[in-house]
Ligand binder design. Structure first.
Ligand SMILES: Nc1nc2c(c(=O)[nH]1)N(C=O)[C@@H](CNc1ccc(C(=O)N[C@@H](CCC(=O)O)C(=O)O)cc1)CN2
Ligand SMILES: Nc1nc2c(ncn2[C@@H]2O[C@H](COP(=O)(O)OP(=O)(O)OP(=O)(O)O)[C@@H](O)[C@H]2O)c(=O)[nH]1
Ligand SMILES: [K+]
Ligand SMILES: [Mg+2]
Length: 459
């Protein structure tokens, strides 16, 4: 990357739209933009908008535009920037970009504007990554978590901890220079308390990742059960659309069907599966195998059974076979077909797992569907938002947190067993390295290349 070059790119979506924005950033941004504009912007105050025309080399007016000017370091990228808002024609966009290129710009790489913001100290790495999450966010919660991270979220806290750790590591290292004199600059009990505080923090952050990851990508919820249990009926009811084929023929659903719904601002990926039984043909066998895979991948399993035609023994047998680690919801369908005695019999004889709820539903009843929605939300998320004020959604951050935790654990052990300072210092330096990778105090070209390559052009 060469940050002395002035870059340009279309920052709005490709294709149609009433207005398009072309962004120009770099030392020459304002001069280059002025050279294709009907007015000079060189002395324009920062954060002002200017109306005029873009004219090509032959003097042809390409468009009437509005240009925003950002002077000095006062911009998103931390460089002189202009934003040309033109009409959304692809031809106009191409002409303007062409003119910018002819006058000294080059095309920006994906994420290069954000990369410059990072290098110019406008944001740290985790904040920059949050922008990509923000752009991709499709639910209220995903938006909230990305926004919190973009606005500093845990990077400020991490920075504070890093500074404290750096101070201590330096003191311990200083002792090494005075090895013969046997001095202790770093108070060991204070150091241990600090390491424990950091450890608690990194562990807490790391433990929020399963929630964070699901918020970002949607909670996978698998609907499973015997054929004709009413899985597809429930899926359709929740989606309010005839998405899956429903019939009284057992084995109707052969492949898995996946659709997203939003419950209380959180995305859930509902997965309807093939009913589990002894397969009668090869295709059904493959479908059932897929059901098992989906159960593995799911966060929450909704086990459905036909309350009229399934015995409690069969139900208990099925439930016992479901993986214990999953959140589980048990749903008895065809509640419209059973009497109080049957309901009573099922309720008392079902072997419930701890915390597992049983709901009776008629798959087409509005209220029952609302009940199932709330239950899915509760069982998948409950009050985990309250437990985690800061939520990690990024696998790269999670990875580094786990590594930092393990380094800190070693440092703690070392302090407890009175190991020599150089080892303790080494473990702390390792932890610092991993924490620094999250915020980008420590970064390599490879790492940055990977992160920014996933951005869209113009961002
Ligand atoms: N037109 C436009 N809209 C946009 C952006 C943009 O770059 N351009 N953004 C891009 O993502 C987001 C807003 N983010 C921005 C962040 C900083 C600055 C900026 O000018 N910062 C200066 C001045 C700050 C101030 O006055 O307080 C600075 O940091 O010095 C502008 C936009 C969303 N909307
Ligand atoms: N009365 C009543 N019928 C239901 C209810 N839920 C489902 N059905 C009926 O039960 C039959 C099977 O429903 P499906 O939704 O296809 O069942 P499934 O579990 O998806 O079945 P497979 O895909 O074959 O495994 C259909 O005829 C539905 O109309 C319910 O709550 N009450
Ligand atoms: K069916
Ligand atoms: Mg089905």
């Amino acid at each position: 990357m060469n940050s002395s070059e002035t870059i340009c790119a279309l920052s709005t979506a490709n294709g149609m739209g009433a207005i398009a924005v072309i962004r120009v950033s770099g030392e020459e941004a304002i001069a280059i933009t002025s050279s294709i504009f009907s007015k000079s912007l060189i002395d324009a105050p920062s954060h002002t908008a200017h109306f005029g025309t873009i004219v090509n080399a032959e003097g042809r007016i390409i468009d009437e535009v509005l240009i925003n000017v950002f002077q000095g370091k006062k911009s998103f990228t931390g460089e002189p920037t202009t934003e040309i808002a033109c009409h959304g024609s692809v031809f106009i966009q191409q002409q303007i970009i062409q003119l910018l290129l002819e006058n000294g710009c080059r095309m920006a790489n994906p994420g290069e504007f954000s990369m410059r913001a990072f290098f110019n100290g406008k944001m740290d790495l985790s904040q920059t990554e949050a922008i990509a999450d923000l752009i991709a966010s499709q639910s209220s919660k995903a938006h909230e978590v990305a926004m919190q991270q973009m606005r500093g979220g845990f990077s400020n806290e991490l920075k504070g901890l890093r500074e404290e750790l750096i101070n201590f590591a330096s003191l311990v290292e200083l002792e090494l220079d005075f090895a013969e004199e046997d001095v202790e600059f770093a108070d060991r009990s204070q150091l241990k308390a600090l390491v424990e505080k950091c450890l608690k923090y990194t562990n807490k952050l790391a433990s929020s990742f399963s929630l964070g990851n699901a918020i970002k990508n949607g909670f996978p919820v698998a609907f499973v059960g015997r054929p004709n249990a009413g899985k597809s009926t429930l899926l359709n009811g929740l989606l309010q659309e005839e998405r899956a084929i429903v019939s009284d023929i057992p084995g109707t659903t052969r492949d898995t069907i996946e659709e997203t719904i939003n419950i209380e601002g959180v995305s859930f990926r509902l997965i309807d599966t093939a009913g589990i039984r002894e397969a009668s043909d090869e295709i059904e066998r493959i479908g059932i195998e897929r059901t098992h895979q989906k159960i593995e991948q799911a966060n929450t399993v909704v086990y459905l059974f036909d309350a009229l035609n399934t015995s409690v023994e069969e139900v208990n047998k099925d439930i016992a076979l479901l993986p214990a680690a999953k959140h589980l919801l048990v749903v008895a369908t065809k509640n419209d077909k059973i009497d109080d005695a049957t309901r009573e019999h099922i309720t008392t004889n079902i072997v419930k797992r701890e915390g597992v709820e049983l709901h009776f539903i008629y798959g087409k009843d509005e209220q029952d569907l609302e009940k199932v929605k709330s239950a899915i939300y509760e069982i998948s998320i409950g009050d985990s938002f309250d437990e985690h004020s800061t939520i990690v959604t990024n696998a790269r951050h999670y990875d580094n947190l786990i590594k930092a935790s393990s380094d800190l654990e070693k440092a703690k052990e070392g302090l407890e067993t009175g190991i020599t300072g150089d080892f303790v210092a080494m473990d702390i330096r390792q932890a610092l390295y991993h924490l620094g990778q999250i915020t980008g105090e420590i970064s390599t070209d490879d790492l940055l290349g990977n992160i920014f390559a996933n951005f869209c052009i113009g961002k």
